[in-house]
Design a protein around this ligand. Structure first.
Ligand code: ATP
Length: 654
């Protein structure tokens, strides 16, 4: 599990990070940059090459001062044989000028081209990472979304992906250029005057050592910044989402304080990282200036009065100029290393979080998973015990039942009993996982509570079929159906985008939605608002039922799908659902027992177990929990036993 930079151990979006032993930045490029490696390598090569004509300008000016203006030395250029160079002063001046302008043009062209190529690469790379990571996020198991809120996930997909831009431009391209400049500058200094160059070699060594220490120091600070960005996003996102609750409870000032607090934490983390970067700069600058002073003092004395100290040979004014400028570019390069390290740590923190998301456990299809094609819809639960990943105690225990193709199974029971959980396992929102740990514990108490059992469709374990084909066979309407921002038509057709208007209207009619949709200002083209806020709860449910009907699934799962509609509308929907349910296996979770009264069988779930099962009449005859719930709903309170009333009181007070 990933740990916050402050060491608090709180889960972060990347709490699977580290499963892949590759370094996060290496992982990122290996996974997503491969298709663009040519433009990446080309861009890096161009930006590195740009440094050569750029450095050449200083050499040309220095040589021109000595040979052409002062006439004090031979006109020589590094890597160019002397026989190729002209001898007359004006010819030398012309050559120097031509080369100077040529180098200006080369720098301009190389700079433009490398920026263009690297910019394109960075955009393509970000696009690849964003879309691929989003695709992975879509496939993450529900447990991930239980533990991370939208703001946090958004911050990974938006902010962390955005940071990759600086990883490409600010770290790799600049870093490579700086190293090239540093190596080339130092090599040229050695060629020009090895004695002075050796004396100054302490500077790069000191600066490299400092950069390394700085990198280690700033790493946790940058990770903390990325975390705080996520926290702040979560807070803002939550508040905008929950704006109606905030208004209803008048908690604006509390929320303002919470946002301020998250923003303060973000500011402090930013400040911590920022001042660390800021502190590094003057230190490297001072060391660099020291090198320039040493060059100027030693070089000045040398030019004016011959070699000082243990030095030998001559130093011309032009060579001193070049030396001074090159020491400058060497130092600028070394200073730049600190900025590159800073940008690198930001990029690494972003890559770590992205890696963590991608490596989080997903309900993955195992390699031999097969397609579930044209299922009949026979469903069987065999001794299923299931614990939510975030819980210690099982939510379902020893659940076994069968539903034949075409049967309707009602699932009822007190709130929190585990009814929805039964169906979420069928959809594989969660998998029953027999952990190695639970298998290893042979004692009765732990094995009793350990996850086990099988859920199968048409005799095949749901874990052995692909998630996509399994869910493709199921039409699911949840307690609080989600509508996407868009039109009614788009929301109904979501289940089958290729469906024509006729099919959409037909599904809406069956779901009891057509009439109210026809009354909306733009009918099926009316936009429903974010999450369908412009519709009532009952209207949203009917659109969701239409959506499930349009899919024409072998298995229909209705989890409190009609809880928000009035009794009359429910009777109408019920009638069409009965027709629909006739040739498909249907599961209906309901608190309103009249909804499941006609079901082929009813399961009464109590505290994670199936307490009773049978038809409505059989269960009434049994005079158990179902009968009591029924008496409550029909208002026959006198028929309720004292023990049941006592239990209700206990649950109320709990
Ligand atoms: P209701 O009738 O109120 O909808 P239910 O019978 O459908 O209740 P479930 O939603 O299945 O009950 O929840 C059963 C238990 O599992 C509850 O105690 C609930 O708190 C817990 N639970 C549900 N979802 C999760 C989750 N994602 N993570 C941890 N616990 C959960």
């Amino acid at each position: 599990m990933g740990v916050n930079a402050d060491g608090s151990g709180e889960p972060v979006p990347g709490d699977g990070a580290g499963d892949d032993s590759r370094h996060p930045v290496v992982w990122l490029f290996d996974e997503y940059a491969r298709p663009y490696w040519k433009s990446f390598a080309g861009g890096l090569a161009l930006s590195t090459t740009e440094q050569f004509p750029s450095r050449l300008q200083t050499v040309l000016i220095g040589v021109a001062i000595d040979a052409v203006l002062l006439g004090s030395g031979p006109f020589r250029l590094p890597l160019v044989p002397d026989s190729w160079l002209p001898t007359g002063q004006s010819a030398q001046l012309r050559l120097a000028l031509v080369l100077l302008f040529g180098s200006f043009a080369a720098v301009a062209v190389l700079n433009f081209t490398s920026r263009r190529v690297l910019g394109r690469f960075a955009q393509a790379f970000q696009h690849e990472v964003r879309t691929e990571v989003f695709d992975t996020v879509q496939r993450l198991e529900m447990d991930y979304f239980d533990q991370h809120d939208t703001g946090e996930v958004m911050s990974v997909l938006n902010d962390d992906v955005q940071e990759l831009q600086s990883l490409v431009g600010g770290v790799l391209a600049r870093g490579l250029s700086l190293v090239t400049v540093a190596v080339a500058s130092y090599a040229y200094l050695l060629w020009l005057n090895w004695q002075l160059a050796v004396v100054l070699s302490f500077v790069p060594v000191v600066l490299f050592g400092m950069s390394y220490g700085f990198s280690r120091w700033i790493e946790p600070k940058q990770l903390a910044v990325r975390e705080r960005v996520g926290d702040l996003n979560s807070r803002l996102n939550n508040n905008i989402d929950g704006v109606s609750v905030i208004k209803a409870f008048g908690t604006e000032s509390t929320e303002r304080e919470r946002v301020r607090s998250a923003s303060r934490d973000h500011r402090d983390a930013q400040w911590d990282a920022h001042w660390a970067s800021a502190a590094m700069d003057p230190v490297t600058r001072t060391v660099s200036q020291l090198a320039r002073v040493v060059t100027l003092v030693l070089g000045g004395v040398w030019v004016l009065s011959g070699p000082p100290l243990f030095f030998t040979g001559t130093l011309t004014p032009g060579a001193l100029y070049v030396f001074f400028r090159y020491v400058g570019s060497l130092m600028v390069a070394m200073q730049g290393v600190a900025e590159v390290v800073d940008a690198y740590q930001t990029g690494k923190a972003a890559a770590t979080r992205l890696q963590g998301v991608v490596e989080h456990d997903t309900v993955v299809d195992h390699p031999d998973a097969r397609e579930l094609t044209d299922p009949d819809g026979a469903v069987s639960y065999d001794d299923v015990t299931f614990t939510y990943p975030s819980r210690d105690e099982p939510t379902l225990s020893n659940v076994s039942f069968e539903a034949d193709p075409g049967e309707t199974v009602g699932i009822v029971g007190p709130t929190g009993a585990g009814k929805s959980t039964v169906l979420k396992l069928l959809l594989r929102y969660y998998d029953v996982r027999e952990s190695a740990d639970s298998r290893a514990h042979q004692d009765a108490s732990s094995s009793e509570n350990a996850d086990r059992g099988t859920i199968s469709v048409d005799g095949t374990d749901v874990r052995d079929v692909t998630v996509e084909s399994l869910r493709g066979a199921i039409g699911y309407v949840s307690q609080d159906p989600f509508l996407f921002y868009g039109t009614v038509r788009e929301n109904v057709a979501y289940a089958r985008p290729e469906a024509d208007d006729e099919a959409v209207v037909e599904a809406a009619k069956l779901a009891g939605a057509h009439e109210f949709v026809a009354d909306l200002p733009d009918g099926y083209d009316t936009t429903v608002g974010e999450r369908g806020v412009k519709l009532s709860g009952g209207q949203r449910q009917r659109i969701a039922i239409a959506r499930a009907i349009l899919r024409d699934p072998a298995i229909l799962v209705l989890d409190e799908a009609t809880s928000h509609v009035d009794n009359e509308t429910e009777v109408l929907i019920q009638r069409t659902l009965d027709e629909l349910a006739a040739d498909r296996t249907t599961f209906v979770v309901a608190h309103r027992l009249s909804t499941v009264r006609d079901a082929d069988r009813i399961l009464v779930v109590d505290d994670g177990e199936i307490a009773e099962r049978g038809t409505h009449d059989e269960l009434l005859d049994r005079d158990g929990l179902y009968a009591n719930l029924w008496h409550v709903q029909v208002g026959d309170v006198t028929a309720l036993p004292d023990a049941f009333l006592e239990r209700v009181r206990r649950e109320e007070s709990a």
